[in-house]
Design a protein around this ligand. Structure first.
Ligand code: FE2
Length: 445
């Protein structure tokens, strides 16, 4: 049961080409997201929740400079004078537009200069001898960081007023699933990882967790199901909401997912500058934890815990082993999951049969982040690495854990063990949810 998934040994040369590929993929995406709008749009703050896009771009370059040029490479700083402007802990997002930030042209040439140095560092680094270097960890961390900001920039695009500037093919169509829920047997499973090379500190170490039997939905809650919750008066019935959720629903005047608008009997939404009817078969997205929890209570169900989510995603009943992904140990491909901004929307249930877990749970990876009922915290034996500001300072009851990644998450930044966290009121992220339930008395022996 505790046997870790096989991680193939690869040579430093193979690590170098893998790193170059993921860094290039991240930069291509950053460029696409920042070249899609003009300079005015790059420096504007589209929502107090978000940084100007030009801040994200230079912040990505500045983190890359600090970790890979200065620390790993031991090279002279490129722009140490701007470190403080791009320190996410020094300036709240709402204050960032008033800082003397690099303008669009300077930000672009800065990130290019840093990247050129990093590729040189990569070709000379032994990729061993320090924990930051082993299995190219620091490079993998920096690539994940850029992709995480790319997803944040995609959320900024969703908040931006004005016409569509991004385009992508639709995801594959849904197919019918044999059942709406599956039983996840009780018993121990291995949660987290001690072997995944680029897993972050909060995913470590692996440890055995006991999970009682429960039923997990095979698909995320759809827009159509969520409309039924709205239509039945779910937003007006305090009984479905937690005390904190109801207080927030009242204060914020919530009546529907963010970006939805009702006209007569029809729900419309804005999606990356396009106004369209809300498609009933797609997973609901842009709902807060509180809304997810209220829906689940209304439906006579509940949100899964983080451990339940991970067991449903990784546990293989045939071997008792936890896999890297629901479909196995293979890295995500386009057949497995809706990831990497290949599509600008989540896919309907059953669109990725090759990505299902052995128990028959679909689309745990990709499409929409899934709210869990768990607070963000450290696993037994947690040690902060490479610095406490990565995860440790966020541990506690203020943040809820989200799992699985969205259509806007890149494969390098999503794993069966990957943990995201956010405030329970947040709705601008690409988050939805699926439900779980306890067995009825006598239902499971
Ligand atoms: Fe960051």
């Amino acid at each position: 049961m505790t046997t870790p998934p096989p991680i193939p040994e690869i040579s430093p040369e193979q690590w170098r080409s893998r790193v170059a590929a993921v860094l290039t993929r991240a930069r291509d995406r950053s460029q696409l997201l920042t070249d899609a709008v003009d300079d005015d749009d790059l420096v504007r703050q589209h929502s107090p929740l978000m940084s100007p896009l030009v801040w994200d771009l230079a912040h990505v370059g500045n983190q890359e400079e600090q970790w890979l040029v200065r620390d790993v490479g031991g090279r002279a700083p490129v722009r140490q004078d701007i470190d403080h402007l791009y320190d996410a802990f020094k300036h709240a997002r709402a204050d960032r537009p008033s800082l003397p930030l690099l303008g669009p042209a300077d930000a672009r040439s800065y990130v290019r200069e840093v990247r050129d140095k990093v590729l040189d560092v990569l070709s000379h680094s032994p990729l061993e001898g320090r924990r930051l270097l082993d299995q190219a960890f620091a490079f993998g961390m920096v690539a994940q960081h850029e992709q995480q900001h790319d997803e944040t920039m995609l959320a900024t695009h969703q908040l931006r007023a004005g016409g569509a500037v991004l385009a992508a093919a639709p995801p594959p169509p849904g197919t019918s699933l044999p059942s709406a829920e599956v039983l996840v047997p009780g018993g121990p499973f291995t949660m987290g990882t001690s072997t995944e090379p680029w897993a972050l500190d909060n995913e470590r170490p692996d440890h055995v967790v006991q999970v009682a039997p429960f039923f997990m939905d095979t698909a995320a809650v759809t827009n159509g199901a969520y409309m039924a919750f709205i239509d039945s008066g779910g937003y007006d019935e305090a009984a479905w909401w937690s005390a904190a959720g109801w207080a927030h629903r009242q204060a914020a005047g919530l009546t529907a997912p963010r970006f939805w608008q009702r006209e007569g009997d029809t729900w419309w939404r804005l999606r990356f500058g396009i106004r369209e009817q809300v498609p009933p078969s797609e997973p609901v997205v842009h709902v807060s934890f509180h809304e997810a929890q209220a829906y689940a209570a209304w439906a006579g169900r509940r949100l899964p815990t983080e451990a339940e989510w991970e067991k449903a995603a990784r546990w293989d009943p045939a071997t008792g082993r936890s896999r890297r992904y629901p479909w196995g140990d293979e890295d995500p491909g386009p057949q497995h999951a809706n990831l990497g901004q290949r599509h600008l929307r989540p896919a309907a249930a059953g669109a990725y049969p090759a990505g299902a877990s052995p128990l028959g749970v679909h689309q745990l990876i990709g499409d929409v982040w899934e709210w869990t009922s768990s607070d963000f915290g450290g696993y037994p034996g947690f040690t902060a690495f490479p610095y406490p500001e990565y995860s440790l300072v966020f541990f506690g009851p203020d943040y809820k854990v989200l799992r699985g990644g969205s259509f806007g998450s890149d494969a390098v930044a999503v794993r069966g063990t990957f943990r995201n966290w956010d405030y329970p009121i947040r709705r601008q992220i690409f988050a939805g949810f699926r439900c779980a339930r306890d067995p009825a008395p006598g239902e499971v022996r």
